[in-house]
Design a protein around this ligand. Sequence first.
Ligand code: NI
Length: 178
Amino acid sequence: MAILKVARMGHPVLRQKCTAIAPEMITGPEVQRLIRDMFETMAEYNGVGLAAPQVHQPVRLLIAGGETERGGKPKFRVLINPEITVRPNAGQLGMYEGCLSVPGLRGWVERPDKINVQGYNDQGQKLDFDLDGFPAVVMQHECDHLDGVLYVDRIEDKTKFAFEEEANRYLDPEEFDD
Ligand code: NI
């Protein structure tokens, strides 16, 4: 296992459309090692999610958290080649987002709060599930990374883009990091 270097905003790997992973490759050693290293890297930096391009691998693989198991343990999902659909009854959920690739900053972003997610898990099995609220926001933030989009692109009110310390002091404290 290894803690990987995290690409920061300005690195071109964060701005490209990532390529799909062939489903039969998912259980192979390369993808499995990448997943393990991404978990270790995300834990090291206290992320609630991480996308492969953030560790310089431009493939459609992500880890997304924000859910809890029964008993309160944080739950993380591995998603490969994810497809997101906004559900018809969705509203908007706004929060101060952060990103391990944009360290030290926070910005207010609003996203749909009810989505359907399809893709493959880390065993190459097809998944189809719904997410509501915070985990839906995390999943959309991570999926954006696979298309070269950063949360900063989605900040409409630039007065709500701030350094972490100032955001905690002067702005709404609801936030997350990935
Ligand atoms: Ni991010």
